[in-house]
Design a protein around this ligand. Structure first.
Ligand code: PBG
Ligand code: ZN
Length: 322
């Protein structure tokens, strides 16, 4: 008779038959860098996460590297915003400066540069605007320009998060034209227009000034459409695929994993982080248990890597439990 409990008898046995694991080298930690001096400013809706000026960011990078986390995802917060998001592709912008600084100390650390305009535009949208419309094709050269600037500054991977059509092709072409043929693109392919990005927009000062992102990010109801987005991005030259948010979209991760042979990156986003932190702060849940369950859940769904604000804690817990 089949008795599944036989293999649950002891931790040793359970550990032998355990199907999925999360490892430190599968974690990617998002970092916010900001113009200014002596800033390590906590983000209220994301306990434990700060915005850092360049003279303080190394504190956080040191911790990250010390814990064995292999990669960071960089977001920039500029001092000046304008209509066309100039700060995103300025050669001396906050992100290229941060890349050079961090690479200088830690050449081995993988720096993934998020590419988008919303942190840099006065209107807070991810593309150029004309008469209230978010322009697609006109935005592409700017995303391509930013990608080249970041890659030349030393970024290891370029991660476009804007959701304009054809941006992966535009970025690939621009990188190749500059001889950066070996710089991979990690495309935010299945990116849904989600309420879960709220705390991030506090952290990155990137909330849209009018309207919403529904004409470029995906409708949360559309799992099948996500497969079209992934297919397009792969055809355009994406090397890695991001699905986000993660927890409410595990079916999408599973579907991508069943249909495409490409490493999938789950982005466990700011709102997901905030909910866990809030419940934990109230003593309503066991934070470590919940976070580790979420991590292994994402692996089970088919993610190869996880971008998460919990990365330092996860790495610490994995080290403790070894
Ligand atoms: C910007 C961007 C966003 C996130 C990553 N890049 C926010 C948005 O699209 O409004 C969300 C990350 C998070 O919530 O943790 N394009
Ligand atoms: Zn954006």
């Amino acid at each position: 008779m089949d008795r599944t409990r036989r293999l649950r008898k002891s931790e040793v046995l359970r550990s032998m038959v355990r199907e999925e694991h999360i490892r430190t080298d599968e974690l990617i930690y998002p970092v916010f860098v900001m113009e200014g001096n002596n800033i390590a400013s906590p983000v209220p809706s994301m306990p434990g996460i700060c915005q850092y000026s360049l003279d303080r960011v190394m504190e956080e990078i040191d911790r990250t590297v010390e814990l064995g986390i292999p990669a960071i995802l960089l977001f920039g917060i500029p001092e000046h915003k304008d209509e066309v998001g100039s700060g995103a592709y300025a050669v001396d912008g906050i992100v290229p400066q941060a890349i050079r600084l961090i690479k200088d100390k830690y050449p081995e650390l993988i720096i993934i540069a998020d590419v988008c305009l919303c942190e840099y535009t006065s209107h807070g949208h991810c593309g150029l605007i004309c008469d209230g419309e978010i322009l697609n094709d006109e935005t592409l050269p700017l995303l391509a320009k930013a990608s080249v600037v970041y890659a030349k500054a030393g970024a290891d991977i370029i991660a476009p998060s804007d959701m304009m059509d054809k941006r992966v092709a535009a970025i690939r072409e621009a990188l190749d034209a500059e001889g950066l043929v070996n710089t991979p693109i990690m495309a935010y392919s299945a990116k849904f227009a989600s309420g879960y990005y709220g705390p991030f927009r506090d952290a990155a000062h990137s909330a849209p000034g009018f309207g919403d992102r529904n004409t470029y990010q995906m409708d949360p109801a559309n799992g099948r459409e996500a497969l079209r987005e992934v297919a397009q991005d792969l055809e355009e030259g994406a090397d890695l695929i991001i699905a986000k948010p993660a927890m409410a979209y595990m079916d999408v991760i599973k579907d991508i994993s069943n249909n495409f042979n490409v490493p999938i990156v789950a982005y466990n986003v700011s709102g997901e982080y905030a909910m866990v932190k809030a419940a934990a702060a109230n003593g309503w849940i066991d934070e470590k248990k919940i976070v580790m369950e979420n991590m292994v859940g994402l692996k089970r769904a088919g993610a190869k890597m996880v971008i998460t604000y919990h990365a330092l804690d996860v790495a610490r817990w994995l080290r403790e439990d070894k």
